[in-house]
Design a protein around this ligand. Structure first.
Ligand code: NAD
Ligand code: 6OD
Length: 484
């Protein structure tokens, strides 16, 4: 059995306590993971601080960018190993990890390496009322040591989404991947080392949240900023912790995303897009559509077509290249999702498909599978319509007017993403602009350009990352005013 260690100052380190890394497809133990105690987190932060003053702190942006491209090369070289580790840790289908997670990890490094080379500086030519002249320009300085805390649903993708811009800006990082998915962050340590990134620049501490590595990292007085992706409640807990030392935070949190399907949509495209939006990664993508509003004239036909899609998804072993739908991440998360399946029925939902646990008759019965599930018939105030479930489930409701659809879509405390499905371009623009979210897709879903702002409103987060938004978060401007 493998052993997954912390990575601090260029060395792999064990600690006294360990926990098991479980394969969600069959409940087997993949590896033992070394849980970082407070002393190890302290040494990781110290190593990161020292690295800021050493070689890394003296490198210019061109050389940092060159090394980030080498990290991307290294990810591509270890493609199969990273895919296998991600599949074993998350239970996601190998087809998904090899098309989405690992290619995006390499792309994250390439995009931010190129961006830092091409990012301009803000400047103003100044004339004061009393006739003095000056030139103002702002230079970008790293924030320092960045604490990065990430979830289990897209482990390497979401970790590198933060590590790449943080390093591009000249910071050093201590990352705390999810306790459910420790493997790829650790393999990345080897890639980073081979790419010539100096020791102490990238550090990994493993463990849990409260009273473990997550909290020790966010509490640490020598961490200059915290960037976090995960549940809104966890974001609230981290915010309390960091308040004591007034650190900048970037939070990418939960969602209860809506899709609005108009009768004039391209029907097949909308059904296919919504099947992805509801069931991709077993519904464990923060952007997933758990609320689908369909214009009444096509409601019954749409529900029937989405049901067919859900029922023909290939459920099976994540390592089988034909599999389209894997297990949930853990027994505990499955219990949460199943509790919502039960609640939906108590709240009066009509089960269109799913709502239970599939049976395989083999070792997959030990895994954490649930069926893709579609409900109709709930009121808009039902808990299943209001609360993030984070599973392969959506509720489909009819609407009669554009205004009603917009009102229902926006009736949530979250504000991450929305999708609009229509062939009427004017309507697409008009409705998209009324969505109270950070990201709206029209006739597509999860189509990403890494230069665009990414993040959420309300309970879905604080701030934006992506493109210049990331560079602005991970750096501090120093405005220089020169009297002319
Ligand atoms: P989570 O909040 O339970 O855990 C995320 C990370 O935070 C883990 O590494 C965990 O160990 C750590 N953590 C937990 N408590 C902590 C504490 N008190 N202090 C410091 N660290 C702590 O989230 P999860 O279950 O891993 O992920 C699923 C959630 O993430 C969903 O709500 C989903 O919507 C959200 N998510 C959001 C985005 C986005 O971009 N908005 C992306 C992916 C996932
Ligand atoms: O694509 C991204 O950059 C991103 N942050 C995706 C988040 C997905 C949530 O599960």
């Amino acid at each position: 059995m493998e052993f997954i260690q912390n990575y601090i100052d260029g060395k792999f380190l064990r600690s006294k306590r360990e926990f098991a890394d479980i394969n969600p497809a069959d409940g087997s133990v993949i590896a033992q993971v070394s849980e970082a105690d407070r002393d190890l987190v302290d040494s990781a932060v110290l190593a990161a601080r020292k690295a800021l003053r050493a070689e890394w702190g003296k490198l210019g942006f061109r050389e940092r960018a060159a090394r980030l491209h080498k990290v991307a090369d290294g990810i591509e070289k270890r493609f199969d190993c990273l895919v296998a580790a991600e599949v074993a840790d998350t239970g996601k289908p190998v087809s998904l990890a090899s098309h989405l997670d690992v290619p995006r990890a390499a792309a994250n490094f390439r995009v931010f390496a190129d961006l830092i080379k091409n990012a301009g500086l803000e400047s103003f030519q100044t004339e004061t009322p009393d006739g003095r002249q000056a030139l103002n320009y702002a230079v970008r300085k790293p924030l320092g040591v960045i604490g990065i805390i990430t979830p289990w649903n897209l482990p390497l993708l979401l970790l590198t989404w933060k590590v790449a811009p943080a390093l591009a800006c000249g910071n050093t990082v201590v990352v705390k991947p999810s306790e459910e998915t420790p493997a790829t962050a650790t393999i990345l340590a080897e890639v980073v080392q081979e790419a010539g990134i100096p020791s102490g620049v990238y550090n990994v501490v493993h463990g849990f949240g409260p009273n473990s590595a997550g909290e020790f990292l966010t509490q640490h007085p020598d961490v200059n900023a915290v960037t976090f992706t995960g549940e809104s409640q966890t974001g609230a807990a981290i915010m309390k912790t960091v308040a004591a030392s007034v650190k900048p935070v970037s939070f990418e949190l939960g969602g209860k995303n809506a899709a609005i399907v108009f009768a004039d949509c391209d029907f097949d495209e909308a059904v296919s897009g919504l099947a992805d939006a509801a069931f991709l990664n077993t519904g464990q993508v923060c952007l997933c559509a758990e609320r689908v509003y369909v214009e009444r004239p096509i409601f019954d036909r749409f529900v029937a077509a989405l049901k067919r899609k859900a029922e023909t998804l290939q459920i099976g072993s994540p390592t089988d290249t034909q599999t389209e739908f894997g297990p949930l991440i853990s027994a505990q998360h499955r219990e949460k999702v199943l509790s919502y399946y039960r609640l939906a029925q108590e709240e009066g939902a009509k089960v269109i498909t799913g709502g239970a646990v599939p049976e395989f008759g083999n070792s997959l019965d030990e895994g954490f599978y649930v069926q893709p599930t579609i409900y109709t018939g709930l009121t808009e105030s039902a808990r299943c319509v209001k609360e993030e479930i984070f599973g392969p489930v959506c509720h489909v409701a009819p609407f009669d007017s554009e205004e009603e659809a917009v009102q229902m879509a926006n009736d949530t405390k979250y504000g991450l993403a929305a999708s609009i499905w229509t062939t009427n371009l004017k309507r697409g623009h008009r409705v998209a602009q009324q969505m109270n979210v950070g990201i709206t897709w029209v006739n597509c879903w999860f189509l990403r350009d890494l230069r665009t702002p990414f993040g959420g409103a309300g309970l879905s987060g604080i701030g934006r990352e992506g493109g210049m938004h990331s560079l602005n978060f991970y750096s501090e401007p120093n405005n220089i005013c020169i009297r002319l």
